[in-house]
Design a protein around this ligand. Structure first.
Ligand code: HXC
Length: 262
């Protein structure tokens, strides 16, 4: 339940939709290790749950997350970071969670906060959201995939400029450049539209939803030909699902499909 966590809240805002709200307001949701551990626990629980098809990850109006916890990182040595694989556990989001995760970003999404949003499967944000990779200002570099995901999203020259200068970009820019899928004028509109999209996805078969996520994300790792072959394999495999039969039969009968999620 939501009460068992210190740094996050979990909820089910709509049927089939699980929400994690980062809740460390005193530090603008700075992503300390205990927060990431709680996030991972909550995401794994939603991933296992038959009541969840899609996950929303959000922060507050003021901050999605202002980065990794600078106070925690300040005294860290190389050997500690290396032997404990500092930050590696953040990647659970991209490895173990098979259900799509929508990031709803308002306010600051800086450093590790920007990277956390980019690890999600799609980003919605406010037009005024404050994205950036300011690590250079702290004498370091992005460490949770920012140099790779931002560059894939917006191209090398623009990513290089942002990462070398540490300058922020707005939610409007994030949407124009394709980092975010859409930007909304207000926080209220952001949350409303995020839940609408989540509800739409939650109305489909979990088997097909997970497969969509898997094949789109493969495009980020594979050359085109291998990616297309992978997609075809997964497409073929869905003929082994019950919901492919349910969906196509319902179309022919002009009925609403009753998904079995199998
Ligand atoms: C620890 C943080 C924090 C952070 C904010 N706080 N960001 N604590 N780590 N990343 C704390 C502040 O210390 C302060 O605590 C409280 O949150 C409120 O912040 P203020 O600075 O007072 O708020 P404001 O003046 O509104 O400025 C907001 C801000 C600024 C522009 C977002 O806080 C800021 O620049 N934060 C750092 C952003 C950043 O550099 N992120 C990248 C981190 S490096 P007190 O106790 O003083 O009230 C990183 C590495 C990633 O993420 C690589 C691996 C993941």
């Amino acid at each position: 339940s939501s009460n068992s966590y210190e740094y996050i809240q979990v909820s089910q805002p709509k049927p089939g939709v699980g929400q994690v709200t980062l809740n460390r307001p005193k530090a603008l949701n700075a992503l300390c290790t205990p927060l990431i551990n709680e996030l991972n626990t909550a995401l794994k629980a939603f991933n296992q749950s038959d009541d969840t098809t899609v996950i929303v990850l959000t922060g507050s109006q003021r901050a999605f997350a202002a980065g990794a916890d600078i106070k925690e990182m300040a005294p860290l040595t190389f050997s500690e970071a290396y032997t404990k694989s500092f930050i590696e556990s953040w990647s659970l989001l991209t490895t173990e969670i098979k259900k799509p995760i929508i990031a709803a970003v308002s306010g600051h999404a800086l450093g590790g906060g920007c990277e956390l949003a980019m690890m999600c499967d799609l980003i919605y944000c406010t037009e005024g959201a404050n994205f950036g990779q300011p690590e250079i200002k702290l004498g370091t570099i992005p460490g949770a995939g920012g140099s790779q995901r931002l560059t894939r999203a917006i191209g090398k020259s623009k990513a290089m400029e942002l990462i070398l200068t540490g300058k922020s970009f707005t939610g409007s820019e994030a949407a124009q450049w394709g980092v975010a899928a859409r930007a909304f004028p207000t926080y209220e509109a952001l949350m409303e539209e995020t839940l609408k999209t989540a509800e739409t996805i939650a109305g489909y078969s979990r088997v097909a939803v997970n497969a969509c996520k898997e094949v789109v994300n493969k495009s980020q790792d594979l050359p085109l030909r291998e990616g297309v072959e992978f997609e075809r394999r997964v497409f073929h495999s869905l003929f082994g699902s019950n919901d492919q039969k349910v969906g196509m039969k319902a179309f022919a009968e002009k009925k609403k499909p009753e998904w079995t999620h199998s």
